[in-house]
Each structure stands twice: as structure tokens, then as C-alpha cells.
Design a protein. Structure first.
Lengths: 113, 115
């Protein structure tokens, strides 16, 4: 069965601090996809990244970076030098085969100016 | 890119009335569309999956007679909340995917308030 755990319900950081959002997933499939989405107060989901299970290479995109560790079933997301505009709810999600996206419960990030 | 629109973005209706929400894929053919519901400060919960031209598949606990889904074309799916009640007030989000696409593209959501 699929399960995505985001243990951090809410995080607050001061602007310019780095912050890591944790995501742990469970699946019996060997082929799967992992995602991160940002949901700002407007409500619209913003796609951030997609990773497939065969690609453990970490990725950096500007201030965003992702650490995929199959050994610990984790797909953590780090924002460096956080900004107020980063304040949002961040969802980690998983998809296996033809199955639908399965979302974690989300982490609400507040960046304090 | 792939763009999905939803209409309306916000709707307020009286208890007992029905509300229709449209979800459109603007620049690709959406063979599959998904409808999610999100209550305040909660995650997205899948309500149903619809393939173009077929009946929707509902998740456990979602009443198919209350949440009518139609996916009659490759660019349009509609969700009708029938006889809405205050507990149906929520944020409804659709997403779409097409042949050869590995991710879902999300609409901006519709905030429904039932008074």
C-alpha cells in the first residue's frame, strides 16, 4: 500500500534561514514517481519536481534542492536562504504505475520577515 | 506547457441547490481527469477518476449520486454537487493527464461555500 508521511505539520523560520521539509514514502513497487508541490494561499498547486525511482541523483534548482534516498525511503526538500514568498503549504506525493497521485498531509511553512 | 482551467473559481450557493464546476484542459487532450477535495488545513483527497467517454470511478466513501462527474470530451470534465449542504463546502481541485504524460496538471481550484 502507498503511504506518504510528512511529519512536520508546521514550520516557521526567519527569512534567509535554510529549511528542510521531510517526506517519507512507502511502496512495494519498484517503479514509482515522487513529487513536490507548493500550494500558496491562493490555493493553486504549483508543481516543483518529479523524480522517478531509478534516478537517485539529487537535484538543485536555484534555492531549491531535493535529496532522494531510497535506502531510507525519503525525498526531502530544502529551501536555502528562505524568503517570505516561500510561505506556503508544501505537499509531497507519490505515484505508482497507473495509480493516482497519493498526497502527504502537507507541511505549512511560514517565513518570518 | 499544459494548462488546466476551472470555472468558477469561487461559488456561494444555498443549501439544497446544485452547483456545477467545469474543468478544462486548454492545450492538450486529457484522457484522464481527477477530482480532489481539500478541506481547510488538510491534504487533497481524491474523489474520483474519470476517463473520457467512460463512467467515473469513485473513491470509497464518495457518493456518486451526490457528486456527478461527466467527462464527455477530451478537454472537459464537470463535477456537479447535487443538493449541496454546508458540509460540502470545500476547495475542489481538478487535474488532468494525457497519453504519454507522467504527471497530472492541476487546475486552480474552485472554492465552494454552501450557506
Amino acid at each position: 500500500a502507498q503511504k506518504v508521511t510528512q511529519a512536520q505539520t508546521e514550520i516557521s523560520v526567519v527569512e534567509k534561514e535554510d529549511v528542510t521539509l521531510d517526506c517519507v514514502y512507502e511502496t512495494r513497487d519498484t517503479t514509482y514517481y515522487l513529487f513536490w508541490y507548493k500550494q500558496p494561499p491562493s490555493g493553486e498547486l504549483v508543481f516543483l519536481i518529479r523524480r522517478n525511482s531509478f534516478d537517485e541523483q539529487n537535484e538543485i534548482s536555484g534555492r531549491y534542492s531535493w535529496n532522494f534516498q531510497k535506502s531510507t525511503s525519503s525525498f526531502n526538500f530544502t529551501i536555502t536562504a528562505s524568503q517570505v514568498v516561500d510561505s506556503a503549504v508544501y505537499f509531497c506525493a507519490q505515484k505508482t504505475g497507473a495509480n493516482n497521485l497519493f498526497f502527504g498531509t502537507g507541511t505549512r511553512l511560514t517565513v518570518i520577515p | 506547457g499544459a494548462v488546466v482551467s476551472q470555472h468558477p473559481s469561487r461559488v456561494i450557493c444555498k443549501s439544497g441547490t446544485s452547483v456545477k464546476i467545469e474543468c478544462r484542459s486548454l492545450d492538450f487532450q486529457a484522457t484522464t481527469m481527477f477530482w480532489y477535495r481539500q478541506f481547510p488545513k488538510q491534504s487533497l483527497m481524491l474523489m474520483a477518476t474519470s476517463n473520457e467517454g467512460s463512467k467515473a470511478t469513485y473513491e470509497q466513501g464518495v457518493e456518486k449520486d451526490k457528486f456527478l462527474i461527466n467527462h464527455a470530451s477530451l478537454t472537459l470534465s464537470t463535477l456537479t454537487v447535487t443538493s449541496a449542504h454546508p458540509e460540502d463546502s470545500s476547495f475542489y481541485i481538478c487535474s488532468a493527464t494525457g497519453t504519454g504524460r507522467y504527471q497530472q496538471y492541476f487546475g486552480p481550484g474552485t472554492r465552494l461555500t454552501v450557506t
